[in-house]
Design a protein around this ligand. Structure first.
Ligand code: GLA
Length: 630
C-alpha cells in the first residue's frame, strides 16, 4: 500500500548534472512517483523513425537507483514540428475554418490517419524499449485528451459515426429535427461538423459532434493502450482534464483506464478553491465508480485567478493535497517537479521553484512528503457518503448549445451550487450517473437535468418508490437524448407537478417566496397536480403559484424546486447548517480515517475518539488532522 507523491518531471530541459540533483531532492521530499516524457516527442524522435532514447535511459536509471518509480508517458499530445511539416493535413482546424499552425502544443487532429499512425508508432517504440525497466510503475497515455478539430477528415469520421448511431438518414433527420429550417439530409456526404454557420446551429448536430469526438479520442487512446498491452501488464492511465471544460465523457472513459487520474487547478483564491478541490475530487471518485483514483496534477504553489497567479498561503498546498486524498485519491502529484527554465509555462509553480530547495515551497513539499507514508493504509479504503448529486456530461454538453430559453442556464453552475451547499455543511457527497443504482443514498439531488433518457427516469422513480428522498431542480426532464421535447416532461408523474410555462429571470432580478426565501435565474408557472405545495412565489406574475413542491411516492419523497434558491432557502429544503470544518471519512473494514480541515477562524476539537495520524489536535484555524479509529 502506497500513496503516490511526486509530479511531472521534464528533465529534457536540463543538463545531466541537474538530473542527479533532482533525484537527491526527490529523496529529500519523499517523492516516489514521477511522470516522465509527457511532452518529449521531439527529444525522443527528432526525425521520423529516428529515435534518441539515450537520455531517457539515463533518466530512468537514475530515478530507479534513487528509488523513484516512473509513470512513463507517451508524448502524443505534442507532435514535433517535423510531423506538422510532413503532414499539414493533420494540423487542427477551428470551428470557423482556421487551420492552426505549430508553435504551441496539441496541434494535431485525432482524425488524421498520419497522426494516429505516428502516435501508435511512438507508443510502440516506448513499450519496446522500456516495458521491462524496473523503474516503471504505470503508463500515462497522452495528456488531457480534448483537442477538437473541424477539418474534412473529422467530417468524414463524424459521418461514419453517425451512420453507426442512426443507421439511416431518415432516423438521423428525425433525431435532429431537420424538418425545421430546411435541414433535411438526402446524402450522408452533406453532413458537416457543427462549424461556424450563419445563425444558431442545430442543437442535436452539436451534441452528436461532442459525443462523436469523445468516442474518437477514446479510440485513439485505446490504440495506444493496445500497443502498450502487447508488451506490458502494468496499469495504463491518461490524465483527465477538469475545470470548466470536460471535453470527453470521463465517466464512460473510466472503464478503459486502469486508474482514473485527474488534473485539477481550482481558479479561486478564497475558500472557493477548497470547495472546488472537493468538487473535482468527488467528481473523479464518481467517474471511478466509487473506487480509488489519482490526483495526477495540481499546482504546487499558485492558484490561477483570472490572469493573475495567487500564491498559495503556507499550509494550503498540504490541505489541498490531503483533501484530494480524503476524497479517494491514491496520492498527490503536481505539475511539475522543477520549475521550467523557459518556455510557455516558465512561471508555473513547481515542487522545486526557481528559488531552489531553500524555499518555503520546497520545505512544505518535503514536510508533506514525510507525512504521507503514515497515511499509506488509507489507499485501500473507501470514502463514505450517503448523499448523491447526479452528474451527466451529455446534459452539460446539451446545455452548451445555443438554443436554450436563457443564456444564463448553466448546468455546471447548477451542479456546483448543489455541491457547494453540502460542502459548506460539512457533508460529503458522491456524484452518480443518472441511470445508476442509487439505493445506498438517503438523498439524491438532481440539478437542472435538462436531458434525460427513459432508463434514467425509470431509475429515479424506482429510487423514490423504494424509500429515497429525491430533490429535482428546475429545468429538468425536458428533452430525450435526441434533444426532442418530452411532453409530458420526464418527471411530471413522479413529482406530481405540471409545468405550464417557463419564466426565465433577468440576471439582476430575483423572485421572492412566501417563506421569505429568494430565487434567481429561473422561475416557472407550476401546477401542483398531486403534490403538496411547500413554498409559493410571492408577488409578480407568478404570485401564489407553487415554487417548491413535495410528493410522497411509495416509501419515498420527490421534491421539485422550480427556481435557483438562495443559500438560506436551500439550507431549509435540505436541512443543512453551516459547518466551519470539512470532515471526510474513509473506511476499510472496522477502521475509519477521519480527515478534518478547519476553514474557520477558531480551533476545532474533533469528536471522533481515535489516534492522530497526521496534523494537529485540536485542529487549528487553517489546519488539518487525520484521526484513525477502530
Ligand atoms: C495541464 C497540463 C500540464 C500543464 C498544466 C498547467 O494540466 O497537463 O502540462 O500545462 O496544465 O497548469
Amino acid at each position: 500500500m502506497t500513496l503516490w507523491y511526486g509530479g511531472d518531471y521534464n528533465p529534457e530541459q536540463w543538463d545531466p548534472d541537474v538530473w542527479k540533483e533532482d533525484v537527491g531532492l526527490m529523496q529529500r521530499a519523499g517523492v516516489n512517483l514521477v511522470t516522465v516524457g509527457v511532452f518529449s516527442w521531439s527529444s525522443l524522435e527528432p526525425a521520423p523513425g529516428q529515435y534518441e532514447f539515450g537520455w531517457l535511459d539515463r533518466v530512468l536509471d537514475l530515478l530507479h537507483a534513487g528509488g523513484v518509480r516512473v509513470d512513463l508517458a507517451t508524448p502524443t499530445a505534442s507532435p514535433p514540428p517535423w510531423f506538422s511539416r510532413l503532414h499539414p493535413e493533420a494540423l487542427p482546424v477551428t470551428a470557423d475554418g482556421v487551420r492552426l499552425t505549430h508553435g504551441s502544443r496539441d496541434t494535431y487532429c485525432a482524425c488524421a490517419p498520419a497522426y494516429r499512425e505516428a502516435a501508435r508508432g511512438i507508443a510502440r517504440a516506448l513499450a519496446e524499449r522500456y516495458h521491462d525497466h524496473p523503474a516503471l510503475a504505470m503508463w500515462h497515455v497522452h495528456n488531457e485528451y480534448g483537442t477538437t478539430c473541424y477539418c474534412s477528415l473529422a467530417a468524414e469520421r463524424f459521418r461514419e459515426w453517425l451512420q453507426t448511431r442512426y443507421g439511416t438518414l431518415e432516423r438521423l433527420n428525425e433525431a435532429w429535427t431537420t424538418a425545421f429550417w430546411s435541414q433535411g439530409y438526402a446524402e450522408w456526404a452533406d453532413i458537416e461538423p457543427p462549424r461556424k454557420t450563419q445563425y444558431l446551429v442545430n442543437p442535436t448536430q452539436y451534441l452528436d459532434f461532442r459525443r462523436f469526438w469523445s468516442d474518437e479520442l477514446l479510440a485513439a487512446y485505446l490504440e495506444q493502450k493496445t500497443e502498450l498491452r502487447k508488451l506490458s501488464a502494468l496499469p495504463v492511465t491518461t490524465n483527465f482534464v477538469f475545470g470548466g471544460w470536460v471535453p470527453v465523457n470521463h465517466a464512460q472513459w473510466a472503464a478503459e483506464v486502469d486508474v482514473v487520474a485527474i488534473d485539477h487547478y481550482p481558479d479561486r483564491s478564497d475558500v472557493g478553491a477548497e470547495e472546488q478541490t472537493a468538487f473535482g475530487a468527488d467528481l473523479a471518485r464518481g467517474w471511478a465508480g466509487g473506487k480509488p483514483w489519482l490526483l495526477m496534477e495540481q499546482s504546487a504553489g499558485t492558484l490561477n485567478e483570472g490572469h493573475r497567479l495567487h500564491t498559495k498561503e503556507p499550509g494550503r498546498m498540504a490541505r489541498h493535497s490531503l483533501s484530494h486524498i480524503a476524497r479517494g485519491s491514491q496520492g498527490a502529484l503536481f505539475f511539475q517537479w522543477r520549475a521550467s527554465r523557459g518556455g510557455a509555462e516558465m512561471f508555473h509553480s513547481a515542487m522545486v521553484p526557481h528559488a531552489g530547495p531553500d524555499s518555503r515551497m520546497f520545505r512544505e513539499i518535503a514536510k508533506l512528503g514525510s507525512e504521507l507514508p503514515q497515511l499509506a493504509e488509507v489507499a485501500e479504503s473507501n470514502v463514505e457518503a450517503d448523499v448523491a448529486i447526479l452528474w451527466d456530461v451529455e446534459c452539460w454538453w446539451a446545455m452548451q448549445g445555443t438554443h436554450l430559453p436563457s443564456s444564463s442556464l448553466d448546468y455546471l453552475a447548477a451542479v456546483r451550487s448543489a455541491h457547494r451547499r453540502f460542502w459548506h455543511a460539512g457533508i460529503t457527497v458522491d456524484f452518480a450517473a443518472p441511470a445508476a443504482d442509487l439505493s445506498s443514498y438517503r438523498l439524491v439531488v438532481v440539478p437542472s437535468l435538462y436531458l434525460i433518457s427513459d432508463e434514467a427516469a425509470a431509475a429515479l422513480t424506482a429510487y423514490v418508490e423504494s424509500g429515497g428522498q429525491l430533490v429535482v431542480g428546475y429545468f429538468s426532464g425536458i428533452v430525450d437524448p435526441d434533444l426532442r421535447i418530452r411532453s409530458p416532461g420526464a418527471f411530471t408523474e413522479l413529482l406530481g407537478v405540471r409545468v405550464e410555462e417557463f419564466h426565465p429571470l433577468p440576471d439582476d432580478s430575483e423572485v421572492v417566496l412566501s417563506s421569505g426565501g429568494r430565487g434567481r435565474l429561473w422561475s416557472e408557472h407550476v401546477h401542483a397536480v398531486s403534490a403538496e405545495v411547500v413554498d409559493r412565489y410571492a408577488g409578480g406574475v407568478l404570485d401564489g403559484k407553487p415554487a417548491i413542491t413535495r410528493r410522497q411516492v411509495g416509501a419515498g419523497t420527490a421534491w421539485y424546486v422550480s427556481t435557483e434558491l438562495d443559500d438560506a432557502a436551500a439550507a431549509q429544503v435540505f436541512e443543512l447548517s453551516a459547518s466551519p470544518v470539512e470532515i471526510v471519512r474513509r473506511r476499510s473494514g472496522d477502521t475509519t480515517w477521519t480527515f478534518v480541515f478547519n476553514h474557520g477562524d477558531a480551533e476545532f476539537s474533533v469528536p471522533d475518539a481515535g489516534r492522530l495520524v497526521v496534523g494537529e489536535l485540536p485542529v487549528p484555524a487553517g489546519g488539518y488532522a487525520v484521526v484513525r479509529s477502530t
